[in-house]
Design a protein around this ligand. Structure first.
Ligand SMILES: Cc1ncc(COP(=O)(O)O)c(C=O)c1O
Length: 434
């Protein structure tokens, strides 16, 4: 049965219905259609086709400044670092490097992208639970400021590499504090049983070993307990846990702050998060220590909007399936950890309408963008906008069913420019050998 739901009534943040989930600065034109970064959605769809990932540049820059300035105001000896796995595209690296952020990279690929985008190697923090010797050598040779030791094998490999290259390498020890935040299991990393980091007794052992190293300079410790965390307690607990390990020059407190994907998500603000971690730091960490943070999702999620075209509307058995020209090829978050998304018909984003199942074009029943979302009179050819898709969508996009990965389009002050083009069918064969 068709149902009507007025999104306005459930948007307790007080923002204007579904539009409140779109990047700050999103407006409606005279006909009631979405205008992103000053550009009408119809113009974007016509210029770049669909699906397309539209990114509001001002929104990323504003988030970066909120994090960097907010952290500096609370703890001057600090640096905000972008966890680039959330959006590893050179235009985004460039933008955040321009804003003065350090860059967290997971492995040789992201390291290469960051350097290609002009990031300062000294500000790189290199992560990974399975860093190969080749990747570690690349990090050492390019002058990456910090390598995060996840396991004893990292120490062995780095000792060996530095035995050849000479010089000294700054490292942090990744600590697993046995904290289980309230988030999906697939993105929880701080608990006993996580594949990441070292539990406190093993971390103490690694610290002792690194203190005796001639080539590895132990700068401090790192902790990251998970992603899409919507309460502050786990962040405070993580700082308490690393404080137990003693006094260091550097404490990297990771990322993890959640984003507001749906009306029912109420993540803490950036400022509340910064207060939570620095309040504990002021009590327990040395006053002259350097603090790093590594937000990824909460830096870029709200800047992104995925635009799709409706290909089919099918009713039956009490369901309305609205099928679009994208899906799990460009947004794997639903399949991987059941992330919930809202959506709207981009030319009439009323927040109300018929409850629909918004599905993709891929050959899996799990290829759903939103299991139940109100859409206003959806018709074939309509544009659908899914907000809060700036994080972990481009990063996880794939060619399933021969899908061509969508373009990334930056919008700002009424201007638009593609920073990544759509893949072509020829691109699908680019790596094939005769
Ligand atoms: C080591 C590390 N730091 C930071 C992040 C960023 O987390 P988020 O995107 O939730 O802020 C991650 C994400 O998995 C991570 O593994």
């Amino acid at each position: 049965m068709a149902a009507t739901q007025a999104a306005e009534t459930v948007d307790s943040a007080g923002s204007a219905g579904v539009v409140g989930l779109f990047p700050p600065g999103t407006a409606l034109d005279a006909a009631g259609a979405l205008v992103l970064g000053g550009v009408p959605v119809a113009e974007l769809a016509e210029t770049y086709g669909t699906p397309a990932l539209i990114v509001d540049e001002a929104s990323i820059r504003a988030r970066a400044r909120r994090y960097a300035d907010g952290l500096a105001a609370r703890w001057p000896n600090s640096r905000a670092t972008f966890a680039s796995k959330a959006f590893p595209c050179t235009a985004v690296y460039r933008l955040l490097a321009e804003e003065g952020l350090g860059i967290d990279v997971a492995g040789g690929g992201e390291l290469t992208l960051a350097l290609a985008a002009g990031a300062d190697p000294a500000g790189l923090v290199v992560h990974g639970n399975a860093k190969t010797e080749e990747e570690l050598r690349l990090a050492v040779e390019t002058g990456a400021g910090t390598i995060v030791v996840d396991n004893f094998d990292d120490i062995d490999k780095l000792e060996k590499i530095l035995g050849v290259t000479g010089g000294e390498q700054g490292v942090l020890v990744r600590v697993t504090p046995d904290i289980r935040p309230d988030t999906h299991e697939a993105i929880s990393t701080g608990q006993n049983g996580s594949k990441f980091g070292l539990l406190l007794p093993q971390a103490r052992e690694a610290i002792a070993r690194l203190r005796g190293s001639d080539r590895l300079r132990l700068d401090g410790v790192h902790v990251h307990v998970g992603s899409q965390i919507l309460d502050l307690e786990p962040f405070a607990q993580a700082v308490e846990a690393v404080a137990e390990l003693g006094e260091f020059a550097v404490y990297d407190l990771g990322g993890g702050l959640g984003s507001r994907y749906t009306y029912t998500d109420h993540p803490p603000t950036v400022e509340a998060y910064l207060d939570a971690v620095t309040d504990v730091a002021k009590r327990l960490l040395p006053a002259d220590a350097r603090i790093l943070i590594e937000p990824g999702r909460s830096m870029v999620a709200e800047s992104g909007v995925s635009l799709y075209r409706v290909v089919s509307v099918k009713r039956g058995g009490g369901h309305t399936f609205v099928a679009v020209d994208g899906g799990m090829g460009d947004n794997l978050e639903v399949s991987l950890y059941q992330q919930r998304f809202e959506a709207a018909v981009a030319t009439r984003p009323t927040g109300g309408g018929e409850l629909c199942r918004l599905v993709g074009r891929h050959c899996e029943s799990g290829d759903t963008l939103s299991a139940s979302v109100p859409l206003e009179d959806p018709r074939v050819g309509d544009l659908i906008a899914v907000p809060v898709t700036g994080a972990y969508t481009y990063a996880l996009s794939n060619n399933y069913n021969g899908a061509r990965r969508p373009p990334v389009v930056f919008v700002r002050d009424g201007e638009h420019r593609a920073v990544v083009r759509r893949e072509t069918y020829a691109d699908l064969m680019r790596r094939d050998l005769p």
